[in-house]
Design a protein around this ligand. Structure first.
Ligand code: NAP
Length: 259
């Protein structure tokens, strides 16, 4: 299926590894010109080279912290009129809410709520003017089913979810869609470090905890970043123009509810 977005321009945050890189790869395979962002210069350059080699698409690497004003400004200098924005960065640390002070909360709110809101603010009016826009925020299954040790994520991402529910409806008539993609368990560095934290907390081995997490997924495995990226690319397609303001879970059937 041709997604109808060849030649479009995309910004993808947190894209040297994991889910962001999966999204960038899937978009580039559709002929989208991607500007990819991560803080570590060598890693984002390497990811850009890998995506270029695999897809032949134009890829621009930006080494920046997308959760800062300067970082977002650098990204927008590299791609000033994006048609597609995938908001993504690292998740906050795990832990016990009794240990988190105001500064810890402000950092989590900035990283997983405000930085996406500011990126939407900086790009959505151009999309409206050009009559095409696709914004996908990578949030978490934790928005639907909170994960106890990830209280910072549960809280900050729910704030973003509430904001998006409003603004998505404001811009929909201009062929600009805004959706949240909620990953369940994907085998990435972030997921592995969460498993290590759980193992320490539960006094079990990493392998035991990993096996018990896999056992909770109906599909019997973790997802891959490219599976995630392909879903994201579809949400960014011309065909997905009537899908907006949604929270779309992608978790291999782990969430046990009917809806
Ligand atoms: P990952 O494997 O750790 O990759 C994170 C990527 O983001 C890296 O490229 C990292 O590179 C970059 N990054 C981190 N902080 C950044 C920042 N401030 N500015 C720019 N780039 C930044 O993580 P992942 O598993 O793909 O997760 C992506 C997001 O999905 C996270 O917010 C995570 O909490 C959420 N999530 C993941 C899962 C899962 O199963 N994997 C489940 C639920 C939610 P640098 O460190 O070099 O910047």
């Amino acid at each position: 299926m041709d997604l109808g977005i060849a030649g479009r321009k995309a910004i993808v945050g947190g894209a040297s590894a994991g889910l962001g890189k999966g999204c960038a790869m899937a978009l580039a395979r559709e002929g989208v010109e991607v500007t990819i962002v991560a803080r570590t210069a060598a890693n984002i350059e390497a990811a850009a080279e890998e995506i270029r080699a695999a897809t032949g698409s134009r890829v621009t690497a930006v080494a920046a912290d997308i959760t800062t004003d300067e970082g977002r400004a650098a990204v927008l200098r590299a791609c000033s009129k994006p048609d597609i924005v995938v908001n993504n960065s690292g998740g906050p640390p795990s832990g016990n809410f009794r240990d988190w002070d105001r500064e810890t909360w402000v950092k989590a709110l900035n990283g997983n709520m405000l930085s996406a809101i500011f990126m939407i603010k900086d790009t959505v009016d151009g999309m409206i003017a050009r009559k095409f826009g696709r914004i996908v925020n990578i949030t978490s299954s934790a928005v639907k089913a909170p994960i106890p040790i990830l209280g910072l994520s549960n809280g900050a991402r729910s704030g973003l979810t509430g904001f998006v529910a409003g603004v998505a409806r404001e811009v929909a008539k201009h062929n600009v869609t805004i959706n949240n993609l909620l990953p369940g368990d994907f085998d990435t560095e972030r997921h592995q470090s969460n498993t290590r934290a759980m193992a320490k907390l539960q006094n079990r081995t990493y392998e035991e905890v990993r096996a018990s997490r896999i056992a909770q997924v109906a599909a019997g495995r973790f997802g891959t970043p490219i599976e995630f990226g392909q879903y994201c690319a579809y949400l960014c397609s011309a065909q997905a123009s009537f899908i907006t303001a949604q929270n779309l879970l992608i978790d291999g059937g782990k969430y046990p509810g009917t809806f």
